[in-house]
Design a protein around this ligand. Structure first.
Ligand SMILES: *Cc1c(COP(=O)(O)O)cnc(C)c1O
Length: 635
């Protein structure tokens, strides 16, 4: 009797720690997403969504987006700040701004503007292109558009013109030289700017993405430069335009202590600017609010040791304490949370295409060809002598004899069949040792777990869909979205379908440490085995590249409205022709080359005209196809 329960699955994959009430395992062993907070009717199984999409002809891999989750996250962050302010008696208010770079998709920005309107949630831009997006989408004079990044005249002009059509832009000075252009352009256009300063905090936070702080950060003004800018503004009689102080410690800050220190330092600067005579009013604390990707609730780089409530409470408290000491009125607090807003929004679903299994439990000596036995003598002898006491020694012997057989192969003394049998027997015995004596403590035994794990081939490209896994070893929760009422019987690492040896995932979330393998099920006989990669809404979509010309995946949005689930904003992923044209191939030209080549083959009598037609049809269908592995051929 297998004693596996759904609770075992919940524990194994830590879903209740990272799922944040959005994702959970249902009674029938599937992952459900809850689209509306505390509304059980808004729960839907991811597998049922996939089935619905497959009936409509859409293929895996697919990226699902959940609009309601964006709505819920915006509410969560705004209510947390407003709640913290109310509890503490803060007299200013809160205005969030969403940094467009975190996920620039039109739908994301549109939905943030829509759901955020009741809170006057604004946007943060880091380039001209993003400013153009913000100017078009923000429709709320009380929402801010914070203009960061390197600014030329055109960027500044656009921000100033925004003001004249009712968009509250703030030009944040990141480099001393920008002040001159801002002053010059605003005079020329007769528009009074809102000016902000970006300071370099000396607080350096720990974590992966936190290079923005410290003296050597590339953005922002050091203390001397802040004073120079203030003096210049005063001299030009423009100090009245200085409204905002901004800092950004970096993204995904795991430790609340760093966040507190950043807030303290910045509030001192803020008060210093007020004492200098600037009107101020706005303190922008940047991004950094982290996501608990591994559910550990620690200060590891994939987690955070605080809740959103603590984050807000602590910042509000720090700002109030310093303002009180300095006798300065409470500013309106802005924050630029991106990751915290959009991470939960998307899930990547991919099917497993194949597996490479090192040992499936069969007897080592079963099915061995009589002819190869002499060559295996030593290996099989090791197996005979194996017992608990000498497991480590046997492992060493096995390695020795395998090496010997490989050497003999090089000298032609062992043939290919013998060598193949030896490799098979070697791995089988190693697996046996691991299974029987796996608890033996030695570094080699620890390595075995990974060496013996299966490889599951997933229909996706790491470089396109999960670039941060490759670039900075980020962890995302990964698990099957169904079959969770059954015990996972395999341990595996994941490979993608790029032919790049880097295109693999071999680090997974564990309770206290990073796991080297992922528990998965043997592939079901006549069904897809589908994995979900969760919390991928921030940064992954647009950092991705066209490695091996695997393009954008299919995308579908799911919304729960008036008691109904709606699939919408279906975006077909890139076709092969699309990705080829990105690298300057002209599909029509490729087709013409094939037509000519096939015509010559007809002329030379190698193929018939009918065969030529089929070749061309297959080629053009290939150009129209999905860049990922397609399992069912229609048409
Ligand atoms: C990237 C960035 C953010 C977003 O940070 P998150 O940690 O994703 O919230 C905010 N502000 C600035 C200036 C940034 O560069």
């Amino acid at each position: 009797m297998d004693t596996w329960t759904l609770d075992d699955a919940r524990k194994l994959y830590h879903i209740d720690s990272w799922g944040n009430d959005y994702f959970h395992i249902s009674e029938n062993g599937e992952i459900e997403v809850r689209l509306k907070d505390k509304d059980p009717k808004s729960q839907v199984s991811l597998l049922s969504i996939v089935k619905g999409l497959q009936e409509r002809g859409m293929k895996l891999p697919v990226l699902l987006r959940f609009s309601n989750i964006l709505d819920s996250r915006i509410q969560h962050i705004n209510e947390s700040f407003l709640g913290a302010m109310k509890d503490a008696g803060y007299t200013g208010t809160y205005r969030g701004v969403y940094p467009i770079k975190v996920n620039q998709q039109q739908q994301v920005v549109e939905e943030i503007c829509k759901y955020g309107k009741q809170y006057h949630h604004g946007l943060e831009t880091g380039s001209k292109a993003e400013l153009l997006i913000a100017l078009a989408h923000i429709d709320d004079p009380e929402a801010y558009v914070i203009c960061n990044g390197y600014k030329d005249e055109e960027y500044i002009d656009l921000a100033l013109r925004g003001l004249s059509i009712g968009v509250q832009t703030v030009l944040v000075v990141e480099m001393p030289g920008e002040v001159d252009i801002i002053l010059e352009r605003s005079r020329a256009m007769g528009i009074t700017p809102n000016i902000g300063l970006r300071m370099k905090p000396s607080t350096v936070a720990s974590g992966h993405w936190t290079d923005s702080g410290g003296d050597r950060s590339v953005f922002g003004l050091n203390t001397t430069q802040v004073i120079q800018v203030v003096d210049k503004l005063r001299k030009e009689q423009m100090l009245d335009s200085l409204k905002l102080l901004h800092y950004h410690l970096g993204s995904q800050i795991p430790n609340i202590r760093d966040i507190r220190m950043g807030a303290t330092e910045a509030t001192r600067f803020y008060c210093g600017l007020v004492h200098e005579g600037a009107p101020m009013g706005l303190l922008d604390i940047g991004g950094g609010l982290a996501i608990d990707y591994d559910g550990s609730h620690t200060d590891s780089s994939n987690s955070r040791n605080y809740s959103t409530k603590e984050y807000c409470d602590d910042i509000v408290e720090e700002v109030m304490t310093i303002c009180k000491e300095e006798g300065v009125a409470h500013p309106t607090l802005l924050s630029e949370s991106g990751r915290a807003l959009v991470s939960y929004y998307s899930v990547l679903l991919l099917n497993i295409l194949d597996t490479n299994i090192f040992w499936n439990g069969e007897d080592v000596e079963a099915n061995l060809d009589q002819e190869v036995l002499p060559a295996l003598e030593n290996l099989l002898y090791v197996r005979k002598m194996l017992n608990e006491k000498n497991a480590q020694e046997c492992l060493n012997d096995l390695n020795y004899y395998r090496e010997e057989i490989r050497n003999k192969f090089l000298y032609g003394k062992v043939n290919m069949r013998e060598r193949a049998a030896a490799e098979h027997v070697y791995w089988s015995i190693v697996a046996e040792i691991k299974q029987s004596y796996g608890e033996v403590e030695s570094p080699e035994f620890e390595k075995l777990e990974q060496q013996l794990s299966d490889i599951y081939y997933g229909n996706f490209s790491l470089f396109q869909s999960l670039p941060d896994v490759w670039a900075i070893d980020q962890l995302f929760p990964i698990m099957p979205i169904h079959m969770l009422d059954k015990r996972p019987d395999r341990k595996a690492i994941l490979s993608d379908i790029t032919c790049d040896s880097e295109g693999k995932i071999d680090r997974f979330i564990g309770r206290w440490e990073v796991e080297k393998t992922l528990s998965l099920h043997s592939l079901p006989e006549n069904d897809d085995y589908i994995l979900g990669v969760f919390l991928v809404g921030a940064y992954q979509e647009t950092l991705g590249d066209l490695h091996n010309l695997l393009g954008d995946t299919n995308v579908v949005s799911v919304t729960y409205e008036d008691g109904k689930f709606r699939l919408h904003n279906e975006l077909e992923g890139d076709t092969v022709a699309d990705v080829l044209s990105y690298v300057e191939y002209e599909p029509k030209h490729l087709e013409a080359l094939i037509r000519n080549k096939a015509e010559r083959a007809v002329q030379d009598g190698k193929i018939t005209p009918l065969e030529r037609r089929r070749i061309i049809a297959a080629y053009t269908a290939g150009l129209r196809g999905y860049t990922y592995y397609e399992t069912d051929q229609e048409e």
